[in-house]
Unconditional design. Structure first.
Length: 119
C-alpha cells in the first residue's frame, strides 16, 4: 500500500488556524500547538462572556432606573413593585431608556406606580 503524507490537508488546517489566531500575542499566533490551545480557550471564554455580558447590562439598567427613581423620591424596589401592581409590564432595558431619553414618560410611570401602591 502506498504511503500517504497528507501534507496539503495539514497545511490547510494549520493555515486556517493561524488565520483565526492572527493578532494573538507571542507564540500563540504562529506555533500550531500553542495556537490551538489559545483558540480553544478563547472559544470557552467567548461562551462565558456572552453570559456575563447579559448580567452586566441588566446591572447597568437597574442602576440607571434606581437613580432616576430616587430622583422622583422612590426606590428601585418600590417602583418595580408598584409597576407590577399597576399591571404595567415593561422590561428593564426599556425602562432605563425612558429614564435617560424621555423623563416625562418615566415620571408618568412613577406616578402610576405610586397610585397602585397607594402612596
Amino acid at each position: 500500500m502506498p504511503r500517504v503524507k497528507g501534507g496539503s490537508t495539514s497545511n490547510k488546517k494549520r493555515k486556517r488556524l493561524f488565520a483565526i489566531t492572527k493578532g494573538y500575542w507571542g507564540r500563540k499566533k504562529n506555533v500550531y500547538r500553542r495556537a490551538r490551545e489559545a483558540f480553544l480557550h478563547s472559544l470557552s471564554r467567548a461562551y462565558d462572556d456572552r453570559k456575563i455580558k447579559k448580567r452586566e447590562f441588566r446591572r447597568l439598567w437597574i442602576t440607571r432606573i434606581n437613580a432616576a427613581a430616587r430622583a422622583q423620591g422612590m426606590s428601585y424596589s418600590t417602583l418595580m413593585n408598584g409597576l407590577k401592581k399597576a399591571g404595567i409590564s415593561i422590561n428593564r432595558k426599556m425602562l432605563s431608556e425612558l429614564a435617560i431619553n424621555d423623563m416625562p414618560a418615566f415620571v408618568r410611570l412613577v406616578e402610576q406606580a405610586r397610585d397602585a401602591l397607594g402612596l
